[in-house]
Design a binder for this molecule. Structure first.
Ligand SMILES: Cc1ncc(COP(=O)(O)O)c(C=O)c1O
Length: 429
């Protein structure tokens, strides 16, 4: 029997946990309910602001004020090599070698930039594989990219569907589809954690299967970076991209990240779109007509980085380095497991179903709940009546994500209590 008492949640929160850094974050006020602060379970959509971020941004603004153009080299954190400082922590986050990652652009832009290199269709091998329930931007990116290369998106984009009556993909089905279309697939590009269902894909197995059929394999890690442990280098992934505004807490539209496996860095067969930031730094101001790229993912960067937007990424990565993904994941599994244990006994009476897989290796911090009412309306009521911030995808999915850095067991308890009150008219106790 699940212990549904509020006191139990509070007792769990009283236990020390190195991965809980709530005091380092600014928690929004609650809009309703009995508690002053929100139970913020929407960090899978937009992570909260770390307290240190404001000073970090102000320091870069001050450097601009003080140094003008000389800030490129003379600011306390000079702008010219600024992005290089983010390389090591970003690499640790995704399990890469430092030279395999670069912090740049935004997510969809990075997907396009990487597809330019890793989607190289021929008349026969022209297909690109995504999940049927890919985030819309990925689907648009892929379809437009395919059309840009002269192929028909309706036939060249292969969409992976769950079995009838099921919500999530099975690894064996993904692998079978790759083998069934082995000769026509150029590239596989899937979300590492599905945005809708919260399913964690078996990235090493699918990457290996893609390679077996001669395709490039890339991952959209929007919902994976900072959420689950990643080992992109060891998994032999060809390319990957992620945003920094969800679990990475770097602010709306924050600067994103990209990964290119070491083996592609010096391969002259891999074409690339370039700009002056692709060339090695020493020669950058010599204004040569031809670039001299470095053997690193920096070769894929084009423009000088938006310095005023880089500080929040730096702050965030420092926090992840301090805590470490192992401790964070351990806390995440406990929190999400606790939330599930509160929700499962309610499912029948409240008429909802948790569609996120239950096995540890198949989920991250998010539980997706299919509800029997309009999800948008329910989410609005959770917010205004109970101060619980969730997010939804129409028509019927509510997503609850206890981000382990700042969410508590009590936040999970509040979310379950609010859901129960809204759907059954009584609490969970
Ligand atoms: C899986 C996934 N892909 C793409 C995007 C779009 O990202 P951006 O607007 O940063 O390009 C999102 C945004 O939430 C996402 O979750």
């Amino acid at each position: 029997m699940t212990d549904t008492r509020e006191d139990t949640a509070l007792a769990l929160d009283a236990e020390p946990d190195v991965a809980l850094r709530r005091d380092d974050f600014l928690i929004p006020s609650a809009s309703g309910g009995d508690f002053p602060l929100a139970a913020y379970l929407a960090g899978n959509s937009l992570g909260l602001q770390p307290r240190a971020t404001r000073d970090e941004v102000l320091a870069d603004l001050s450097a601009w004020e003080e140094y003008g153009v000389h800030g490129h080299l003379q600011a306390q954190r000079p702008w010219f090599p600024y992005h290089e400082d983010l390389r090591d922590p970003a690499a640790r986050l995704v399990g890469a070698l430092p030279r395999e990652v670069v912090v740049m652009n935004s997510l969809t832009v990075n997907l396009h930039v990487l597809l330019a290199s890793f989607y190289r269709p021929t008349a026969i091998r022209h297909r690109i594989v995504i999940e049927d329930r890919a985030f819309s931007s990925d689907s648009y990116a892929v379809r437009s990219h395919v059309a840009f290369r002269g192929h028909d998106p309706d036939t060249a984009v292969l969409r992976l569907k769950p079995r009838p009556g099921e919500d999530v993909l099975r690894t064996e089905d993904v692998v079978a589809t790759l083998h069934d279309h082995a000769h026509s697939i150029a590239t596989v590009m899937i979300g590492g954690v599905n945005y809708l269902t919260g399913e964690v894909m078996d990235m090493p197995t699918i990457t290996a299967a893609g390679h077996e059929i001669g395709a490039f394999v890339g991952w959209d890690l929007a919902h994976a970076a900072g959420n689950i442990p990643l080992h992109l280098h060891d998994w032999d992934v060809d390319f990957a991209a992620w945003c920094s505004y969800k679990y990475l807490n770097s602010g709306p539209g924050a600067v994103a990240g990209a990964f290119v496996h070491e083996r592609h860095l010096e391969d002259p067969q891999v074409p690339r779109l370039e700009g002056w930031w692709s060339t090695e730094p020493v020669g950058r101001f010599e204004m040569h007509p031809e670039s001299a790229p470095q053997a690193s993912a920096d070769a894929w960067s084009m423009s000088n980085p938006p310095i005023l937007a880089m500080g929040p990424v730096r702050t965030s990565l420092e926090l992840f380095d301090e805590v470490g993904m192992a401790a964070l994941r351990a806390r995440s599994l406990r929190l999400t497991g606790y939330l599930r244990s509160l929700l499962e006994p309610l499912a029948t009476s409240a008429g909802f179903a948790i569609i996120t897989p239950a096995e540890d290796e198949r989920h991250g911090a998010q539980l997706s709940v299919r509800v029997p009412v309009d999800a948008d309306d329910l989410t609005a009521r959770l917010y205004s009546n109970w101060g619980v911030v969730a997010d939804d995808r129409r028509p019927d999915i509510v997503r609850l994500a206890p981000a382990p850095l700042y969410c508590t067991f009590h936040d999970c308890w509040r979310a379950a209590e609010a859901l129960s009150q809204e759907l059954t008219g009584k609490g969970i106790g």
